[in-house]
Design a binder for this molecule. Structure first.
Ligand code: ADP
Ligand code: ADP
Length: 216
């Protein structure tokens, strides 16, 4: 079954910029899909429309947004809250009882490799650790669809490769549907079972490639 469907979706910003031309697209449940393309081709806008952060101008989007995960390039942690408080945030907004959100938060903190850092403030963490905390915060709601807007783009190459591998094992373990923006074709091919290539005409899909998935 489909996890996400775009039917002739277009998007124009109020200043007249046509960010998405006309995109139709189906992503099946459990797929891990990368979106690549040059800067400004509409990758972010596409993901924001899919997640409901931006409204489309025309067309129809079908996706279950009640279990949606989203990470930005920036970890967007609240500086005045410790890692634990940051990871509890989304659950707090949804009214989870205190005990439960603490238990779930500590579980996710452990899952992303931040054992022992629950009581640290973001300022005391490295960039990679902040992204881990941001991932833990999204994971706390147990997303069925998880969107990543160049999550490790600001990190050094070694940290990025490590986090990519850990993201893959999280995906294997949790089985969510993943949408991952990157401008690196090799990263896209490495991570995903499907690569969507966008072009700037503007914001249209040039091609979709199925990548045989398996270990070398
Ligand atoms: P990408 O993620 O591929 O770099 P974006 O989705 O960020 O591309 O941007 C797509 C197009 O929309 C670009 O031409 C960009 O300049 C434009 N755009 C992005 N955000 C806004 C905005 N808030 N207002 C007007 N135009 C925007
Ligand atoms: P809805 O009624 O569906 O919530 P909104 O008009 O409130 O739609 O917009 C949803 C989001 O998209 C908001 O966060 C808004 O700030 C953002 N957005 C829409 N158009 C632009 C734009 N041109 N530049 C920057 N952000 C935009």
């Amino acid at each position: 079954p489909a996890a996400l469907t775009f039917d002739k979706v277009s998007m124009r910003f109020p200043d007249g910029t046509q960010a998405i031309g006309e995109v139709s697209l189906t992503i099946r449940q459990g797929e891990f899909v990368s979106i690549v393309g040059p800067s400004g081709c509409g990758k972010s806008t596409l993901l924001k429309i899919a997640s409901g952060l931006f409204p489309q101008t025309t067309g129809t989007v079908t996706v279950d947004r009640s279990h949606l995960g989203y990470t930005f390039q920036d970890a967007t942690l609240l500086p005045w809250r410790k890692v634990l408080g940051n990871v509890e945030l989304l659950m707090e907004l949804r009214g989870y009882p205190k005990e439960e959100r603490r238990r779930i938060a500590l579980e996710q903190i452990s899952l992303v490799g931040l054992d022992g850092f629950a009581n640290h403030y973001p300022k005391r963490l490295s960039g990679g650790m902040r992204m881990r905390a941001s991932l833990a915060r999204s994971l706390s709601l147990n997303p069925t669809v998880f969107m990543f807007d160049e999550p490790f783009g600001a990190l050094d190459e070694i940290t990025r490769e490590r986090l990519n591998d850990e993201l893959l094992s999280l995906y294997m373990r949790k089985g969510f549907t993943g949408l991952f923006i990157t401008h690196s074709i090799s990263e896209a091919v490495y991570l995903s079972s499907k690569v969507i290539v966008m072009s700037r005409r503007p914001g249209t899909i040039l091609n979709v490639y199925d990548i045989p998935f398996g270990f070398p």
